[in-house]
Ligand binder design. Structure first.
Ligand SMILES: [Zn+2]
Length: 363
């Protein structure tokens, strides 16, 4: 396949011609300089690294009806909120089927990897690992211990099978527990993630002191809090659609100004389709409502570039010969790639040049 148009990757947007064979970039040239071989498919568009969905709860894809109205705590708080009642009553087979459908949907829309907060302890981790078998997506599973106070033995058992730990929030746990979980994750080279300042503002010390690898939401963070997070160089995954559902909004322009390393996720699969493209457009448009616009470039990086840095493979965010990630092609006008990708991408415009199926193992 020969793509005439542009590249959008970690080096920003630029005009280019790109030749792709067996799902890999084999040649890159100035726009208009590569000639199509006989029988080679030629398209006009934008070549990008495949997006990464940096925050999901795929298990609750098993819930398919409109959730009941009511306070957010009644919906998603553990252990008795609506979401946890649904998880507790659904069969294992139904959860596996729903997760597989969500992973397939992400595969179709070009997603390379997903970072999931998996509830239900060790069984939950195993269930997602099983459901992800055979999917070409890399699925990073952050497990959640069930016992309170947090039991180091349970954390050890989780870390033996999960890619890290994801906790509901710093204020739900003691400072000692947080530090212990963080230390246990680091000792094994695994990830430690926390929801933070989602429903109410939390003191930055409370979620930064345990030295997490990833914070999720920060919808209630002040500009000063965002400065602190940026200084601490902790990546932040935001989920603007999920926040909007509960009348919240992350200050994306403030995050951009502070230089926060931003990632993007689609959060609870019972509320939103796990489509980063829908998340991108909503994130961009919603910041216009309050007159604090975020740039398309910052959002595009959050979906396509920053997650690879977070995963420790920054070179994967390059559209270049030898890049370890399969690129995708978006059949969009190539003259303003960041704006086009963020506001215009729909599934029927995505080409994923033929690629071999890979086992769904984390990098
Ligand atoms: Zn979440």
């Amino acid at each position: 396949m020969l793509v005439e148009g542009a590249i959008l990757d970690r080096d920003g947007p630029r005009p280019a011609s790109v030749r792709i064979r067996a799902g890999r970039v084999v040649e890159v040239g100035q726009r208009g300089t590569l000639r199509a071989h006989p029988d080679e498919h030629k398209v006009r568009g934008i070549v990008t690294p495949a997006p990464v969905n940096s925050h999901t709860h795929l298990g609750d894809a098993v819930s398919v009806r409109e959730p009941p109205a009511g306070p957010v705590e009644d919906l998603v708080a553990a252990p008795h909120g609506y979401k946890f009642r649904v998880l507790a009553t659904a069969t294992r087979a139904a959860k596996v089927k729903a997760i597989r459908a969500a992973l397939h949907r992400m595969e179709v829309d070009g997603t390379e990897a997903v970072v999931d907060f998996r509830e239900e302890g060790l069984e939950g981790v195993r269930l997602l690992r099983h459901a992800a078998r055979g999917s070409p997506l890399r699925v990073l599973i952050l497990g959640r211990p069930l016992r309170r106070p947090i039991d180091p033995g349970e954390v050890r058992a989780l870390l033996a099978e999960a890619d890290g730990i994801g906790l509901s929030s710093a204020r739900d746990e003691s400072a000692t527990s947080l530090r212990n979980v963080s230390r246990a994750c680091r000792a094994q080279g695994k990830r430690f993630a926390l929801h933070a300042s989602e429903a109410v503002r939390e003191e930055p010390d409370s979620f930064l002191d345990p030295k997490p690898d990833l914070l999720v939401h920060l919808a209630k963070a002040t500009p000063d809090d965002l400065e602190r997070v940026a200084e601490a160089r902790v990546s932040v995954a935001v989920c603007p659609r999920s926040n909007a559902l509960f009348a919240r909004q992350p200050n994306l322009a403030g995050m951009e100004r502070a230089g926060v390393a931003l990632l993007l996720g689609t959060d609870n699969a019972m509320f939103h389709a796990p489509s980063l493209w829908r998340e991108l457009e909503f994130a961009y448009v919603a910041t216009r409502l309050k007159g604090r616009p975020v740039s398309a470039g910052y959002l595009a990086r959050a979906a396509l570039v920053e997650p690879y840095r977070w995963l420790g493979i920054p070179e994967a965010a390059s559209v270049a010969v030898g890049s370890p990630v399969h690129p995708i092609v978006l059949q969009l006008p190539p003259d303003d790639p960041e704006y086009q990708v963020v506001t215009r991408t729909t599934e029927h415009l995505i080409l994923r040049p033929a690629r071999p199926r890979a086992p769904g193992i984390p990098p």
